[in-house]
Design a protein. Structure first.
Length: 183
């Protein structure tokens, strides 16, 4: 079984029943990852696996700190002894360090999980930030606006997304440039 197939089954078990909308989003993010095969080659399977796993930290059965990148990455590391690359991608997806700062979990996140290579980190951020909460494709600008309207201006997630916006947009631009160079 490839990593993506294993990750699909695990994420489905954790999200489909308890968080169906999050599962729909997850499947959309994974579809985006598959679409990046022309620029990722052999690493498309790893990226697709990370796409399936990136939000498992929201699953009620594994919430610990309430910071989903860290809860998801720790679960993969501690329960499944998952591949380091997958754990790192989940831990740092979509510029998570900014929300870690807001939650006073920066030291935990960055000492437990190193950054993965930029091309993979940016690819996962692109997939997440160009997919809406129900799995439909969006532009990054639409996605950022959607997050702000869902959480409201005072919410920690909105503040974190504001801090992450330059990092998110740079990732999206980098992937789009790689895609158009291949077209
Ligand atoms: Fe996501």
């Amino acid at each position: 079984m490839g990593q993506a197939e294993w990750a699909h089954d695990l994420a489905k078990d954790l999200l489909e029943t308890t968080l169906p909308r999050r599962w729909a989003h997850t499947q959309g993010v994974a579809a985006r990852a598959v679409s990046l095969a022309p620029i990722l080659g052999d690493e498309a399977d790893t990226l697709t696996a990370a796409a399936y796993l990136h939000d498992i930290g929201y699953a009620p059965s594994l919430v610990a700190t309430g910071f989903h990148p860290l809860d998801g990455a720790r679960y993969l590391r501690d329960v499944y002894r998952a591949d380091d690359t997958l754990c790192r991608l989940v831990a740092h997806h979509s510029c998570a360090v900014n929300e870690a700062l807001e939650r006073s979990l920066f030291a935990e996140l960055t000492t437990e999980f190193d950054e993965e290579r930029p091309e993979l980190v940016e690819a996962l951020t692109y997939c997440d930030m160009t997919t809406g909460p129900d799995g439909t494709p969006l532009t990054a600008t639409e996605r950022l606006a959607e997050i702000h309207s869902r959480y409201g201006p005072e919410h920690l997630v909105s503040r974190s997304i504001t801090a992450s916006t330059p990092c998110i947009l740079a990732a999206v631009r980098s992937v789009e440039a790689a895609l158009s160079a291949r077209a």
